[in-house]
Design a protein around this ligand. Structure first.
Ligand code: UD1
Length: 364
């Protein structure tokens, strides 16, 4: 009987591991699948609510690592995860995405000669100032199975000299979750709760250090959001990093009262908000993909994207950090100039099944 441990740490990991866990359930006579939560995200609204929405079982291991500097967080995850690996001796560790828990756990496993599978391999923003880019490159370099979501990932890995034998183009597990839970999100009451009408609001999510860590960038952002709220209802679920910094720089009270500020929102309600938004403004990675799948306009406030298919074939526009340019892009969408997109190849709801089939049939 094979034993596999999947790692979750931060919010964008939960919806990636949920479909993998469901697919492993179907082969539980052959594989024991366990879940380890590092505790990188720990607030109820950043973690527990996702376990409930995504029907994930309680994690088998909880490392309780919490926040800290990059070195502290990464090191603490490594120390705690090593204990679990020594005790459990799994055959394989699965890591997803690009957060600090991803590199911490893959590195720990590899040093103990345990095979590593990276789900969402090969994505590159080519911006080494992003902590996620460092995490992605290093994780891919030491992974034995590289599961790729989009064609750019195949090219990037080939250019980096990864053997074809280790690369598997399987599609996108985040979209698996989206497809699976879309019918349930139809029953969400979030629009009534927030007092908004479907199709008549703009949804905002911003948490990248490049947008929210300095007073100067937050002042510009506040001005941008206030201007936008003159045109449309604005819904802004605030990430703890963003909220902490808005409070720290005494800017939270400068936001227009018309802006609907909320705590982080659970998975099902958030999908309902995304699907029915007139457009979305974000700096998230996953939301660029979800909007592309849903055909919702997305304005991304970043200078690069590691998910180029969302721009090349999807509904995403990469605007950069110039908020005057962003304002013009928003007005353009409000005037009806919408980008028509298609869904990238293999974003069909079956990525996790493909991953589990490959791992079940492998000799490792
Ligand atoms: C992390 C990921 C980022 C991902 C994001 C999604 C890294 C390097 N970054 O960024 O790629 O897009 O998660 O949310 O792994 N905090 C809380 N409660 C929590 C978690 C965090 O209050 O449950 C606060 C703490 O003040 C913490 C700060 O948010 O210091 C940042 O958290 P951290 O996990 O370091 O990074 P994120 O910005 O969330």
């Amino acid at each position: 009987m094979k034993k596999i441990i999947s790692v979750v740490g931060a919010r964008p990991n939960f919806m990636k591991v949920a479909p993998i866990h469901k697919a492993f359930k179907k082969v539980e006579d052959k594989i024991t699948h366990l879940i380890c939560h590092t505790g990188q995200h720990y607030d109820e609204k950043m973690s527990k609510v996702f376990f409930e929405d995504l029907e994930l079982p309680q994690p088998d291991f909880y490392l309780g690592v919490g926040s800290g500097s990059h070195a502290e967080q990464t090191a603490n995850v490594m120390v705690e995860f090593e204990k679990i690996l020594i005790q459990e001796k799994p055959d394989l560790v699965i890591v997803v995405g690009d957060v600090n828990s991803t590199i911490a756990c893959s590195l720990t496993a590899k040093k103990l000669h345990i095979k590593v599978a990276h789900v969402e391999a090969g994505l590159r923003s080519f911006d080494m100032e992003m902590p996620e880019e460092v995490n992605r490159i290093l994780t891919d370099r030491i992974s034995d199975y590289l599961f790729v979501t989009e064609k750019s990932g195949l090219e990037n890995l080939k250019n980096e000299g990864v053997s074809d034998d280790n690369i598997f183009f399987v599609g996108n597990v985040m979209i698996d979750s989206l497809i699976y839970y879309l019918p349930k999100s139809e029953n969400s009451n979030i629009h009534t709760e927030l007092g908004i009408e479907k199709g008549k609001y703009v949804l905002i999510t911003l948490h990248r250090p490049s947008n929210v860590d300095t007073k100067e960038s937050l002042e510009k952002l506040t001005h941008f959001l206030n201007t936008l709220s003159d045109e449309r209802k604005v819904v802004f679920p605030i990430h703890p990093r963003t909220k902490n910094n808005l409070v720290k720089y005494s800017l939270i009270q400068s936001l227009n009262h018309a802006i609907i500020l909320t705590d982080p929102i659970g998975y099902i309600d958030f999908q309902a908000l995304t699907k029915n938004a007139e457009f979305v403004v974000t700096d998230s990675g996953g939301i660029q993909e979800e909007t592309t799948y849903l055909g919702v306009q997305c304005i991304t406030l970043r200078t690069s994207t590691e998910r180029p298919s969302t721009v090349d074939v999807g509904t995403n526009q990469l605007i950069g950090l110039d908020l005057e340019k962003a304002e013009r892009a928003c007005l353009n969408v409000l005037n009806g100039n919408k980008k028509i997109g298609v869904v990238p190849e293999l974003w069909d709801g079956n990525a996790a099944e493909r991953i589990v089939a490959i791992l079940t049939n492998s000799r490792d």
